[in-house]
Design a binder for this molecule. Structure first.
Ligand SMILES: Cc1cc2nc3c(=O)[nH]c(=O)nc-3n(C[C@H](O)[C@H](O)[C@H](O)COP(=O)(O)OP(=O)(O)OC[C@H]3O[C@@H](n4cnc5c(N)ncnc54)[C@H](O)[C@@H]3O)c2cc1C
Length: 525
């Protein structure tokens, strides 16, 4: 079977005429498979679940698919680059619409604040909410967050294996100044305190740390760039987030990727310290010299894929990222004008993260996020109720002590009474509600305890501790949210692209240019 094209024929020899195996059909795995297949390589993707997408999934609630994983779609340029590389355009394979309101935030019936795609409009809203001085400081914050994003995009996000030293030398004077200004060694909470005197705004902008599963009180100040990512644009995907994985899967199919679904990979085999194959739950063995692993890197370190692979990575971050409890449902909301993304805050923010990260228990004062996908995606009628995903942060203890049913119910009660306190009433049929707990997430994503974003980013050094695409074992690569550059749909997709690029560079298919292996980005030449 001709699995490499034209001038790449020599690679058939270097891979011994064997396909590349991608383990896991999350976004990172799918993106890797597509990039590799786009380069003409033969790829087999193995996914233990029947459906592809991993955390990007829908739950069926009374016949309607409710987005029950990621809902906030940002950094579209990552996907523009991916689809372009595959010979098509994002707009030809997906229908996406940029949201004017990024999110609606509430603290009570009378305290609501919208953030907009247009930052002047956000400043106006913040001025009305907390006064003109706070609005002016918000604009300062935006400038700083943008500077930081521009400084770190290439030397960090697009870099294959960033190190502190390497990054400093790539930053240049402007980038170094941006890092110095935020206080490189500061935590996010402290740095935000310089901009936001109103505790509600402090809390709102601190929440961005949770986008990569970290506590705002322990995350490094550099994570303020996530606010800039949102302000660059949030999109709603018609058909839900699964439309993204469906589009990638379709393209990958067309390029010859073979999919094996409902099949667990039980072991990555080695011969003389190099990858030589994979053993599957079906009893089959596939010979290969290159594997891209898209499960959580912890699964390798804990020996789930075979003891010989335990030293493939050395994860030294000691804190698991956030897990969650989610409720996917159909409901009739009233009393509060939901937009697509809504956040309901409790006052005692510190206690939420103390409960989760120190006491390892469900928060007594949870913040509640609701995605109301029907607000912008009209692919479903509202007659039987709106599709809602309700999420609260939780500790990643799905493999240890379980929250008891009464603890979960108490958290649920507190969450729903917070919604009522903010004016939102949900009328729902219990039968349409599906609850997902850290234990469920642990079962879906092995070796995580239910952590949804790999290890937490606590402390500025953690930024450099995520494992890179290249592991210590020849022929084994990592793709996904637990690897560099980090969690979130676009970041895991970037990681998938880096894994494919690193592998292809090893094969001599593409040129390895310094630390940066893939092109792209918004800001740097
Ligand atoms: C509730 C929730 C809300 C989120 N919100 C957002 C958001 O709004 N915006 C955003 O950008 N991100 C969000 N995220 C994070 C984002 O979804 C993830 O970072 C990203 O999807 C992870 O992709 P991944 O490539 O790491 O693969 P994963 O999604 O982790 O998938 C890995 C796949 O590998 C498979 N697998 C693992 N081991 C094996 C094996 N041995 N054999 C075969 N298959 C295996 C698994 O079954 C799984 O399908 C959210 C996540 C969750 C769960």
């Amino acid at each position: 079977m001709p699995w490499v094209r034209g001038k790449e024929k020599l690679l058939a020899r270097s891979l011994g005429e064997k396909p590349i195996v991608v383990i896991g059909g999350g976004i990172g795995g799918l993106v890797s498979a597509l990039d590799l297949a786009s380069a003409g390589l033969e790829v087999i993707l193995i996914e233990k679940e029947q459906t592809l997408g991993g955390k990007i999934r829908q739950i069926d609630c009374a016949g309607k698919g409710v987005d029950s994983g990621p809902t906030v779609f940002t950094m579209r340029w990552v996907f523009d680059g991916l689809f372009e590389n595959a010979g098509t355009r994002l707009d030809d394979v997906l229908q996406i619409e940029q949201l004017k309101i990024l999110a609606r935030h509430a603290w009570s019936k009378s305290e609501r604040l919208d953030l907009f795609a247009n930052r002047e409009q956000s400043a106006q809203a913040i001025g009305d909410f907390a006064g003109p001085a706070e609005a002016a400081r918000f604009l300062d914050f935006c400038r700083q967050a943008s500077k930081l994003y521009r400084a770190l995009e290439k030397p960090y996000m697009l870099s294959q294996r960033p190190s502190m030293m390497g990054m400093m030398s790539d930053l240049g004077p402007a980038g170094s100044k941006a890092l110095y200004e935020i206080g490189l060694f500061n935590d996010l909470w402290k740095s935000l305190g310089r901009y936001f005197k109103d505790p509600r705004l402090h809390q709102l902008f601190g929440r961005y740390a949770t986008y990569c599963g970290s506590s705002p009180f322990q995350a490094p100040a550099t994570l303020m760039l996530i606010a800039d990512v949102e302000m660059q644009g949030v999109w709603a995907v018609r058909g839900g987030m699964i439309a993204i994985t469906q589009a990638i899967t379709k393209l990958a199919h067309a390029k010859g990727v073979k999919f094996m679904q409902g099949v667990n990979c039980e072991e990555i085999l080695q011969t003389a310290g190099k990858v030589s194959g994979v053993r599957l739950s079906t009893g089959e063995t596939i010979q290969t010299q290159a594997v891209v692993f898209n499960g959580d890197a912890m699964a390798l370190q804990t020996g789930l894929l075979g003891q010989a692979n335990q030293h493939a990575v050395q994860i030294t971050q000691t804190t698991r990222s956030l897990s969650a409890i989610t409720w996917s449902m159909l409901a009739m909301p009233s009393g509060f004008p939901l937009v697509r993304h809504n956040v309901f805050f409790n006052r005692d923010y510190d206690s939420e993260f103390t409960d989760i990260f120190y006491r390892k228990r469900l928060p007594q004062h949870p913040t509640v996020y609701i995605c109301a996908q029907d607000q912008t995606d009209t692919t479903s009628s509202h007659s039987a109720g709106e599709r809602l995903l309700c999420l609260v942060n939780a500790p990643a203890i799905g493999d240890r002590q379980q929250p008891t049913l009464s603890e979960i119910e108490s958290c649920q009660e507190k969450s729903f009474s917070l919604l009522e306190h903010c004016g939102l009433n949900l009328s729902l049929e219990e039968a349409t509600v599906t609850r997902t707990t850290p234990q469920d997430f642990h079962r879906l994503f092995p070796a995580t305890g239910g952590a949804l974003y790999g290890q937490a980013n606590h402390g500025w050094m953690d930024t450099f501790r995520r494992p890179a695409a290249q592991t210590a074992i020849t022929g084994l690569y990592l793709a996904g949210g637990s690897a560099h550059p980090g969690a979130g749909v676009p970041m895991a997709a970037l990681s998938g692209r880096m894994a494919a690029a690193t592998l292809m560079a090893h094969l001599g298919l593409i040129k390895k240019s310094g630390r940066v292996l893939i092109s792209g980005g918004t800001s740097m030449p």
